[in-house]
Design a protein around this ligand. Sequence first.
Ligand code: CUA
Length: 309
Amino acid sequence: MSGTLQSVLHPAGADAAVVEQFAWVLFGAGTVIFFAVMALMALSLRDNARPLRPGLWIAGAGVAFPVLVLSALLVWSTWRSAQLVPQSSQAALSISVTGHMWWWEVRYRDPAGGREIVTANEIHIPVGQTVHVGLNASDVIHSLWVPALSGKRDMIPGRVTGLTLRADRPGVYRGQCAEFCGAQHANMALHVVALAPDAFRDWLRRQAQPAREPQGALLERGRAAFLAQRCQTCHTIRGVAETARLGPDLTHVGSRAHIGAGLLRTHRNTLAGWIADPQAVKAGVFMPAAAGTDGATLRALAAYLEHLQ
Ligand code: CUA
């Protein structure tokens, strides 16, 4: 898999290629015009510069030129925009993503049983397929933007919007909330993982499974700590406690590359640090610290979550 580039200038899908072309054409045209104006200004400042029919310059360079250039760019960009992949919820695969302060809830429909598969902060898609992503938000306005794959689209509480994602080669593409949504807006990242269709089907089948049973005393203790700490008030682990929707679904948290919406790599050490003091990692986050937990229990809980692959 390629790296996790977050760049408009490295498109990995057809729509992103259109956006990249816009960026280069506008940047190129702006650069040419800027240097032309600077050259004319330098000429006009020479000692022996003589005014050359000022009325013609004002009408030509001040009125006709901008009208022509802006009209041409408008016609071209409208024509090019019409070639973007049409937004349609009839795509082969539909995913829904809900923005929360400050993480992403991602829901799939299980092709086998039809029930929902809930995950967080990572969107897996099959390469070469057009994927419709239905968007909304639970609290304030967020915006989904994965520059290598598409343009951005706002996520508005009480309203469903949509975005088409399509990756033409496998890779991990970083995205970012693109609408200021509070203290941790900057740390509201996500990753789109584009997999070969077979690998995607395998991934979805694994995600549809309930959580792995803990093997051994440490992991058993970790699961008991999850319940004793009342983590299930906010977090679901399918097969353990399934009613909460306030925080990210943790059924397969160990299979995700990051915790804290792209903030830390998933590892029992980062999990333990996060659980012990989330405010120290991501100030303002709604998760309370695990109060009165001894080190051994914390280690067991972190090991248990890491093992939820
Ligand atoms: Cu969510 Cu900014």
